[in-house]
Design a protein around this ligand. Structure first.
Ligand code: HAM
Length: 421
C-alpha cells in the first residue's frame, strides 16, 4: 500500500463545518470595506525576496527566520509573501496608483511564515488587510481604527478584545531612543539571553518583544519611548486619542508595543485577546510613512492594519452557532419520482427565492433518505413518491418542528414557500 501523503505541517485544510465561520467573517469584512469606501486589490503570492528584505527589514524575525525563500528555475530568489503591505506598496508604485492621489485599498489571502505551529499560529495563514495612502493626519489613523472596531462590533467581539496603542515617533526620536536602549541593555549585558544580545546590535527595539521572564523584568525598568517622543508625533498621537475618546473606543496606551516589522513609525496598534494563549494579537497595524520612498516611490504617508482570519474564526467558533445553509431536502421514492424530481428541483430553484435545496441522489430507502434529510440541516423535507406524482402534489414534512405533515399541490409551491420559509 502506498503511504498517505499528508498536508504540510502548519498548513491546514479548512473543512466545510469551519467554513461557515469563514464565510460569516468574510461577509462582514466585505460589508465593512464597502461601508468605508475601500477598494479591493489582488496581489501575487510570490514576490522577489528583496522586496521583503528591504521593507520588513533584514534584522526582523520574519526576514531572518521565517520566510519561504527559494530560487526558481531561472535562479531568481523568490519568496512566498509573509504579509501583504510590502506587495501592496510595490503594486501601487508599479501602477502609478500613488501619483498625486489618495488610495484606500483592501486585500485578503494566504500569507506564509515558517514559524513553530501552535493554536492560532500557522505557516500558511490568512490575513484581511487595509492600507490607506496619501493622508498624513490623525484623521485617517482614526478611520483605520474605527474600521477595525466596526468589524469587531459586527462580529460581537469588541467587548472581548483590548485595543493597545503606541506611537513610535519620528525616525530621529527612534534613533535617540535606540541609543538609550543600547546603553541600558549593555549595562545589563550579563543578564541578556542569546537572542537579546544579538538584537542589541541588530535591532534593539525588538528586545522589548522578548517573552523570556528574566528579560521581561529588565524591560519593565528600561527607558520608555514616550520620553523621547518628538512634539509633532506627540501631538498627532494626542489628537488620535481624542478622536477615539469621542467615538467611544476604549484603548490602553502600551509604551512597550513596538511591533515586529521595521517599516513602522508613528502610530502602532494591536487588538489583543487572552483566549488564544500566546497568540494574542488578532488585528494589528500602524503608520509606515517611510515605506513608499524606501521602495522607490515618492514620499507618501501610509497607514493600515491586517487581521488574522484564523484567529478571528477561532473566537467566533466559541461564541456562535451557525446553521448549514440548506433549508430543504427532496426525498425521491421510486423511479418516476427520481426522474421527475431532478427537473422539478431545477424549476423550484428558479422560482422559489432563497431556496437552498439538496436533492437525494443515488437512491436509498425512505428511512435512509430521511436520515440524510435530517443531517443536511434542512427545515423541510419535500417528499415525492408514486402517490404524489399521480396527484401532482408534494408531501412536506417539518424536520425541526412538531407539526403535522402537509400535502401541497405542485402548482401551489410558490405560495407555500412564500408563507412558510
Ligand atoms: P503582523 O502583526 O505581522 O502585521 O500580522 C497581522 C496579523 O496577522 C496578526 O495580528 C495576527 O492576527 C495574524 N498573524 C500573523 N502571523 C500569523 C501566523 N503565523 N498564524 C496566524 N495568524 C498570524 C502585518 O502583517 C502587517 N502587514 C500589518 C499591516 C498592514 N500594517 C500596516 N498595514
Amino acid at each position: 500500500m502506498p503511504q498517505n501523503i499528508q498536508a504540510i505541517r502548519g498548513m491546514r485544510d479548512i473543512l466545510p463545518l469551519e467554513n461557515r465561520y469563514w464565510r460569516h467573517l468574510e461577509n462582514c469584512l466585505l460589508d465593512v470595506a464597502a461601508a468605508y469606501g475601500y477598494q479591493e486589490i489582488r496581489l501575487p503570492l510570490l514576490e522577489q525576496t528583496a522586496l521583503f528584505e528591504r521593507s520588513i527589514g533584514g534584522a526582523t524575525d520574519i526576514v531572518e527566520k521565517e520566510m519561504y525563500t527559494f530560487a526558481d528555475r531561472n535562479g531568481d530568489s523568490l519568496t512566498l509573501r509573509p504579509e501583504g503591505t510590502a506587495g501592496c506598496v510595490r503594486a501601487c508604485i508599479e501602477h502609478g496608483l500613488l501619483y498625486n492621489q489618495i488610495q484606500r485599498l483592501w486585500y485578503w489571502g494566504p500569507m506564509f511564515r515558517h514559524e513553530r505551529p501552535q493554536k492560532g499560529r500557522y505557516r500558511q495563514f490568512y490575513q484581511f488587510g487595509v492600507e490607506a495612502y496619501g493622508m498624513p493626519g490623525p484623521d485617517i489613523d482614526a478611520e483605520i481604527i474605527f474600521m477595525s472596531a466596526r468589524i469587531l462590533d459586527l462580529l460581537n467581539l469588541r467587548g472581548s478584545l483590548t485595543l493597545q496603542l503606541n506611537s513610535l515617533g519620528s525616525q530621529a526620536a527612534r534613533a535617540s531612543y535606540r541609543e538609550q536602549l543600547v546603553a541600558y541593555f549593555s549595562a545589563h549585558h550579563d543578564q541578556l539571553d542569546e537572542d537579546s544580545r544579538r538584537r542589541l546590535s541588530t535591532n534593539p527595539l525588538r528586545i522589548l518583544d522578548s517573552k523570556n521572564p528574566t528579560i521581561q523584568t529588565l524591560i519593565a525598568a528600561a527607558p520608555l519611548l514616550t520620553e523621547c517622543l518628538d512634539d509633532v508625533s506627540a501631538q498627532h498621537f494626542a489628537k488620535l486619542c481624542d478622536l477615539l475618546d469621542t467615538a467611544g473606543i476604549a484603548y490602553q496606551i502600551n509604551p512597550r508595543l513596538v511591533r515586529g516589522l521595521d517599516y513602522y513609525g508613528g502610530l502602532v496598534f494591536e487588538w489583543t485577546t487572552e483566549e488564544l494563549g500566546a497568540q494574542s494579537a488578532v488585528c494589528s497595524g500602524g503608520r509606515y510613512d517611510v515605506l513608499v520612498e524606501l521602495l522607490g516611490g515618492k514620499p507618501t504617508p501610509a497607514v493600515g492594519f491586517a487581521l488574522g482570519m484564523e484567529r478571528m474564526v477561532a473566537l467566533l467558533e466559541t461564541r456562535l452557532q451557525l446553521a448549514d445553509s440548506v433549508n430543504a431536502y427532496l426525498i425521491l421514492v421510486g423511479q418516476m419520482a427520481e426522474e421527475q424530481g431532478l427537473i422539478l428541483a431545477e424549476q423550484w430553484r428558479r422560482e422559489l427565492p432563497g431556496l437552498h435545496l439538496q436533492v437525494n441522489c443515488g437512491g436509498g430507502s425512505f428511512k435512509n433518505q430521511f436520515k440524510r434529510a435530517d443531517k443536511s440541516g434542512a427545515k423541510f423535507a419535500f417528499i415525492l413518491g408514486q402517490d404524489e406524482i399521480e396527484s401532482q402534489t408534494v408531501s412536506v414534512k417539518f424536520l425541526r418542528e412538531e407539526r403535522p405533515q402537509l400535502i401541497v399541490p405542485i402548482s401551489d409551491m410558490q405560495q407555500f414557500w412564500q408563507t412558510q420559509r
